[in-house]
Design a protein around this ligand. Structure first.
Ligand SMILES: O=C(O)C1=C[C@@H](OP(=O)(O)O)[C@@H](O)[C@H](O)C1
Ligand SMILES: C=C(OP(=O)(O)O)C(=O)O
Length: 434
């Protein structure tokens, strides 16, 4: 489906309550699965990636019922009661479910086969499979244990310390979840701290989780194996990464004002706010979860490797801010972008070029010469990557130009209500075409 945006929209303004956080939603469901008893999950994301996790926990033995008010009541079998799924676990487009699912599968007695769509089949799995195997997991996968589909045979793992080369919350999470059934503690050392949602969940489930900042700047997290106790209620915070499309567009437009309410604002998720601040936008955080954005004429900046985990999913839309800013902006140390839903170094560059921007890519980042003054209409291929589609839509709106975004239905991967929020906040007139 193509999204056709008529000329005449404007930068987002008003109040945004972003959708529920995708990362936290995945964890809430896995927590409800691994704790034996009933958990109420409030405000779960309806993103397709999370729907895949909901199906997965059902296949592992959770019983899920939806209440009239939209909250979910989940009866989890607990680690001891996990069941061997009848069919393949289909992760769809979700790298998070693929990686965390490999960790959980080691706890399941019997065989678990995990597969996903064409994009997930291209994403690296050795980064999870190799360390799990080193703890005793029995896993095989396509291409010499590098790609999905993968097959896991439940086994009791040994404890130990794993030192990761890539900063990945997904890999860390897979190891911590698998560690729940290990013979002794599992520790993960990551080069830079990544999002802590699995650690937060395990703490909520009454498990012992330790964290330490090492002298060389790395971050160590350990979990002591144990039985999760059910949490009565998990309330999912709103998604700062979904908010980012509108926040960046407002920040890059002098005179625009946007208020975002209810978003998770933990330090590993808000790197993009720091970047926008140093580019000149006025960003104010009120209380625990409200952000007021006032747009400005932005100046150029450089994003360096250590910051990347705190804004990894926001890079396609931050690239729009780069293109709008005066001067040369760059991002480096971001090779991880090459192994997301698309190769986001190349696909972000193509998206910017469709608007007339000057971009040069490197192996681990790109450089953008701004400012760009796009004239419409523009044609952007989303390459079935939700974040490319949404970044292009908000940029077209800030410029008031017409745009056609191919395969825009993929926004539902993370933000099913995106088009509604876009139409309301940007006063956009849109139509969809098959
Ligand atoms: O753990 C998570 O929920 C996620 C971690 C990130 O991946 P990596 O940490 O593997 O880079 C991010 O890109 C993804 O959208 C969600
Ligand atoms: C990379 C993303 O998700 P995942 O890794 O779960 O597919 C994303 O949402 O941008």
């Amino acid at each position: 489906m193509d999204l056709v945006i008529r000329p005449g929209a404007h930068a987002p303004s008003g109040v945004l309550e972003p959708p529920p956080d995708k990362s936290i939603s995945h964890r809430a469901l896995l927590g409800a699965l691994l704790a034996r008893g009933t958990t109420i999950v409030e405000g779960l994301s309806r993103a397709l990636d999370v729907t895949a996790t909901l199906e997965a926990i059902r296949a592992f033995g959770a019983v899920v019922s939806e209440r009239a008010n939209g909250t979910l009541e989940i009866d989890g079998p607990g680690i001891e009661g996990l069941v061997e799924p009848e069919g393949v676990i289909d992760v769809g487009n979700s790298g998070t479910l693929a990686r965390l699912g490999l960790g959980v599968a080691t706890l399941v007695p019997g065989l678990v086969v995990i597969d996903g769509d064409a994009s997930v089949r291209r994403r690296p799995m050795a980064r999870v499979i190799e360390p799990l195997r080193s703890l005793g997991a029995v896993i095989d996968a396509r291409g010499g244990a590098r790609w999905l589909p993968a097959a896991v045979r439940g086994a009791r793992l040994a404890g130990g310390t794993i030192e990761l080369r890539v900063a990945s919350a997904q890999v860390k999470s897979a190891l911590l979840l698998a560690g729940l059934g290990a013979a002794s503690a599992v520790s993960v050392v990551e080069p830079v701290a990544t999002r802590p949602h699995t650690e937060e969940l395990l703490g909520l489930l009454g498990l012992e989780v330790d964290e330490e900042e090492l002298a060389d700047g790395r971050h160590r997290v350990s979990v002591v194996p144990g039985t999760p106790r059910p949490v009565e209620r998990i309330v999912v915070a709103r998604d700062p990464s979904a908010a980012a499309f509108f926040v960046v567009a407002a920040a890059a437009t002098p005179g625009a004002r946007l208020e975002v309410r209810g978003a998770y604002l933990g330090p590993t998720r808000t790197g993009y706010l720091d970047v926008l601040r140093r580019m000149g936008a006025e960003i104010e955080v009120l209380g625990r979860d409200t952000v007021i954005v006032r747009g400005a004429a932005l100046g150029a900046t450089t994003i360096v490797a250590d910051e990347v985990p705190s804004l990894i999913d926001e890079v396609p839309v931050l690239a729009v801010a780069f293109a709008a800013a005066r001067g040369t902006s760059r991002i480096e140390g971001a090779a991880e972008l090459r192994v997301k839903e698309s190769d986001r170094i190349e696909t972000t560059a193509r998206m910017l070029e469709a608007f007339g921007a000057t971009v040069e890519t490197s192996h681990d980042g790109f450089v953008v010469e701004g400012p760009t003054s796009p004239s419409g209409p523009v044609l952007v291929d989303s390459v079935r990557d939700h974040r490319i589609a949404m970044s292009a839509a908000v940029w077209a709106a800030t410029q008031g130009i017409g745009a056609r975004i191919r395969d825009a239905e993929w926004v539902a991967t993370s933000y099913p209500g995106f088009v509604d929020d876009f139409v309301r906040l940007c006063e956009a007139v849109v139509r969809t075409e098959d």
